[in-house]
Design a protein around this ligand. Structure first.
Ligand SMILES: Cc1cc2nc3c(=O)[nH]c(=O)nc-3n(C[C@H](O)[C@H](O)[C@H](O)COP(=O)(O)OP(=O)(O)OC[C@H]3O[C@@H](n4cnc5c(N)ncnc54)[C@H](O)[C@@H]3O)c2cc1C
Length: 449
């Protein structure tokens, strides 16, 4: 019987163990949280699949990306989404769970599986594990232990394993008001970039009001280990604003050097937006990495001219986060290019979020299964949320790779025949998203029935 070693029984590891247990495989699980002396930085319990922060798995509605992803996972028979549905607590449209009941049942069910051995300690010798097992899967999450991270960095190359996230918000292009914004080259510097940047112009009064609000806005608390992530060159915008009111004018809100093509004037200040995906449906706010809580980002950034009705595909954040530069280091089966016996799953592989980490277990299981039994691989359809998350890991630009939450910008656009089949009349953005979800669900239902 093949032997597989799973490193970490968090959200991804737990789903992965359950899915692998359907096959004739001996499974060994390393989980250091079972050792009372181990400190993870955010986890509080000895339960598997612990939800480190919120108890919400986000919206259940099909016109949201998180809703689509969960619906697909139900079709794939996800162990954890089924448990989440069972332990749901009232939370409007969201799927929120009774935290302890959810994790307790996950742990008990996993511990009853046959052919499973749990080792209550940190895995810290990848070389040895690779010799001992037919496959090793690293599911150690954003707070992977130091020893393991160092070994992983040695294998992949240190420059491809990151230890923190400094994320600027991502915006949906169609929700940016181009009647207010203008396109330009970056600071009027001629070059091969063309007029690639969308600029949101601010008057002097708007700029200083914004800075004042920014300084007062509520920030997310720092978690243990987060302190080290700030350094010059990668400061949150609110920290720059606190330095001095004009600091941002010489940084991410510089207006000088820009020409507004609508009226041939130079704005006092401007926020620049840069294309973030191949379809040009997603733009990021350049230099706007921030620790503001999400509701404050929504409130404050919607005051920026042109962003009044903007849709956030991802909010900004800065925290400790261990993740690989997936497009550089991973094969399409989720094994490392430089050691094909080592697989990765969950947040460390380049996705972001509870549900995304659960989803990633499915394509990693597929990769491990294929390696062990040499059977044909299931291609995750590109029009589905899971397929597009997987595609992000291989197709994203490795130069500025960031872990990704599921969002509709990752899905291919509706073709004319998709529109005929799935698009209903009504609010354009809402109906388009619903059609994208219906297209995916109808395809998966065909495959699974
Ligand atoms: C502080 C914080 C708050 C977050 N809040 C949210 C949120 O509210 N909503 C959301 O959707 N996402 C949130 N995330 C993002 C992320 O999706 C979750 O962290 C998610 O749990 C990731 O799943 P995972 O399986 O990859 O990692 P985890 O669930 O973290 O599981 C990793 C497991 O690996 C174990 N491990 C670590 N090192 C080793 C080792 N050397 N050997 C063996 N085991 C090891 C850990 O003990 C842990 O059990 C948060 C992340 C952080 C850091």
């Amino acid at each position: 019987m093949p032997k597989v070693c799973i490193i970490g029984a968090g959200l991804s590891g737990t789903e992965l163990i359950f899915q692998l247990s359907k096959f004739n495989i001996e499974i060994f699980v390393y989980e250091p949280r079972l050792d009372p002396l181990y400190k993870s930085g955010a986890h509080k319990s000895t339960f598997f699949a612990e939800l480190v922060c919120s108890n919400s798995l986000r919206s259940n509605k099909l016109h949201t990306a998180a809703g689509l992803l969960k619906e697909e996972l139900r079709l794939y028979n996800s162990f954890l989404i089924k448990l989440a549905d069972k332990h749901a607590v009232p939370a409007g449209d969201a799927l929120a769970v009774s935290r302890d009941d959810f994790c307790k049942e996950a742990t008990e069910s996993i511990l009853q599986l046959p052919n499973l051995k749990v080792i209550p300690k940190e895995a810290d010798d990848l070389d040895k594990l690779v010799k001992e097992f037919d496959a090793v899967c690293v599911c150690a999450g954003p707070l992977a232990s130091k020893g393991l991270s160092e070994q992983l960095a040695k294998i992949t190359g240190e420059e491809y394993l990151y230890f923190y996230d400094a994320i600027a918000p991502l915006l949906e292009r169609s929700s940016i008001d181009m009647g207010v914004c203008f396109k330009a080259e970056r600071y009027g510097i001629p070059g091969d970039e063309g007029a690639d940047y969308i600029n949101c112009p601010l008057t002097r009064e708007q700029y200083y009001n914004f800075v004042e609000e920014l300084i007062k806005a509520k920030k997310a608390p720092l978690h243990e280990g987060d302190e080290g992530v700030f350094f010059r060159g990668c400061m949150p915008i609110e920290a720059m604003a606190e330095d001095a009111p004009d600091t941002l004018l010489n940084g991410p809100m510089r207006g000088d050097g820009l020409i507004d093509s609508k009226n041939y004037t130079t704005p006092f200040s401007a926020v620049q937006l840069r294309q973030d995906d191949l379809n040009a449906s997603v733009y990021n706010m350049v230099g706007f990495q921030t620790r503001l809580i999400y509701s404050e980002q929504e409130r404050l950034f919607r005051c920026i001219p042109g962003l009044k009705n903007v849709e956030f595909l991802r909010f900004g954040s800065m925290h400790r986060n261990t993740f690989l530069n997936a497009p550089k280091v991973l094969n399409s089966d989720m094994s490392l290019k430089l050691n094909e016996k080592i697989f990765v799953s969950g947040q460390i592989s380049g996705v972001e979020g509870y549900v995304e980490s659960i989803a990633s277990a499915f394509y990693t299981v597929e990769g491990i299964f294929n390696k062990l039994f040499k059977r044909s691989v299931f291609e995750f359809p590109s029009v589905t949320a899971i397929g597009s998350l997987k595609r992000h890991l291989s197709d994203a630009n490795p130069k500025n790779f960031q872990p990704m939450k599921m969002n509709f910008g990752l899905l291919p656009e509706l073709s004319p025949s998709d529109k005929k089949l799935f698009l209903e009349k009504g609010n354009k953005r809402h109906e388009t998203r619903l059609a994208l979800s219906k297209r995916s669900i109808s395809l998966l239902k065909k495959i699974f029935t």
